[in-house]
Write a protein of this length. Structure first.
Lengths: 115, 111
């Protein structure tokens, strides 16, 4: 597709279960970002990937969160043993490169509800 | 102090009004600046980049003041459709790249 694609668009899970969120960036974009946004709040940076470099994981809130990017394209964000405070929309974004002036394009998000 | 700070608002203005938002940033090494718009329950989308010389796109004008470390967004002749949250975005490189989003300023334009 032409834009950043995320799946699932909505996920309801029980507390304690693991979830995987998928992001398919815009073709050719080397930089990929994950953000989290709780209702009515700002964007919280989680992690970014740039090409084959080691990812910047400094925003991950706990060791229950991890992310991979395979083949420099698709990324998966995994949340283990979900808690209610994990409920949020998880936004993936990509840009042509990680550098000054590059526009970041967002997907529509994966809305996670932990019950 | 947050790296990027915005007045959360909300700003409630009538149609046709002019409204301005400011955003301050703390890192003097900041290199690029943007305004994004986010509609309710939607993803953020680029509204405009902010250049040192200032730039204008129709009813929207963005300005950068490096000395005081703030950027601004001016909306003239507000439309109902301008109602949204406006996010200030700052990019900087201090040994590692970072793109920081402000928490956003909410704007409501009423008839």
């Amino acid at each position: 597709g032409a834009g950043v694609s995320q799946s699932p668009s909505n996920k309801v899970t029980e507390k304690g279960k693991d979830v995987e969120l998928r992001c398919d960036p815009i073709s050719g974009h080397t930089a990929l970002y994950w953000y989290r946004q709780s209702l009515g709040q700002g964007l919280e940076f989680l992690i970014y990937f740039q090409g084959n470099s080691a990812p910047d994981k400094s925003g991950l809130p706990s060791d229950r969160f991890s992310a991979e990017r395979t083949g420099g394209s698709v990324s998966t964000l995994t949340i283990q043993r979900t808690q209610q405070e994990d409920s949020a929309v998880y936004l993936c974004a990509s840009s042509p490169a990680l550098g000054s002036g590059n526009t970041i394009y967002f997907g529509e998000g994966s809305w996670l509800t932990v019950v | 102090r947050k790296e990027v700070e915005q007045d959360p608002g909300p700003f409630n203005v009538p149609e046709g009004a002019t409204v301005a938002f400011n955003c301050t940033y703390s890192n003097s090494a900041s290199q690029s600046f943007f305004w994004y718009r986010q509609d309710c329950r939607k993803e953020p989308k680029l509204l405009m980049s902010v250049y040192s010389s200032g730039n204008e796109d129709g009813r929207f004008t963005a300005q950068l003041n490096r000395a005081s470390q703030y950027i601004s967004l001016l909306i003239r002749d507000s439309k109902l459709s301008d109602s949204a949250t406006y996010l200030c975005v700052v990019f900087f490189n201090t040994g590692g790249f970072k793109t920081i989003f402000g928490a956003g300023t909410r704007l409501f334009v009423k008839a």
